[in-house]
Design a binder for this molecule. Sequence first.
Ligand code: NAP
Length: 308
Amino acid sequence: MSGPLFDTLALIGVGLIGSSIARASRAQGAVRSIIATARSSKTRKRVAELGLADKVVETNAEAVEGADLVIVCVPVGACGAVAKEIGKHLKPGAIVSDVGSVKGSIVRDMAPHLPKTVHFVPAHPVAGTEHSGPDAGFAELFENRWCILTPPEGTDPAAVERLAAFWRRLGANVEIMSAEHHDIVLAITSHLPHLIAYNIVGTAADMEQVTQGEVIKFSAGGFRDFTRIASSDPVMWRDVFLNNKEAVLEMLGRFSEDLAALQRMIRWDDGEALEAHFTRTRAIRRGIIEAGQDTEAPDFGRPHGHEE
Ligand code: NAP
């Protein structure tokens, strides 16, 4: 293991992702020290109890004073307000980043509040679970997962590379793309699947002919996986849909058309077309397994063998 990549890491928000970054940074010796803060005193107290940071402070402004790397790990809709609070307190030359699941809105909301003296490099570690809070994180969360960086045009390439090196140290593979492209890709690979899960679980809950008991009893028939995805954090996902509206609506439109085509195949007893469709999707599943991206958890999951 080589030496630390940053002196001081400031984490604003210490839930699943923030606490996993803290644990992984420690485990990999990626930084010399960690300063953390969270919105509620309850979470700050828990972060101190778990020993996730060298110092736990009360305000966002205090957390970033002197930090070389600042990572904002709060719901997407809260990032703009955080940027406004920290803007004047950032150390010149610091790298400011985030972990939000949407990138276009993060650039729109955060960039105007950040001084020209810092490097803003938004990031999205494509790794997670349906659990929340500082107890839910673990050091291996990012291992062999993708972390997408979306530096705005004109960002210093050296700063992008420093952040990329940090994520690689945490075990992630790094890819760089525009915020716009990120939001389209994630709309189909993550956001739409979550919406479908939230919808099907809601539909089942409203059924009158099938009892709740039967839904639970026979859930191994496919429903169980949806319930796990649909138990993901309501605030986080509210913010994802409200902030990636256009791409999600575009994907939803395509999805509805394709669903109508399947509906027609069933109505017209077109077994051949159904079989052809399912054969094609089976091949996609094989591709995911071959790429090593199949895990037990939804939304890109935890590594194999991790016990909670
Ligand atoms: P989490 O476990 O619920 O933690 C959220 C943290 O943000 C907590 O420290 C919470 O503070 C704080 N917070 C919540 N609302 C806030 C607000 N309005 N202002 C300031 N702080 C606030 O969430 P998470 O799963 O770590 O998600 C954090 C970010 O990571 C989100 O932007 C999400 O899009 C992104 N992300 C999530 C996943 C995933 O699978 N979960 C994967 C990749 C990226 P308190 O505890 O004090 O309330």
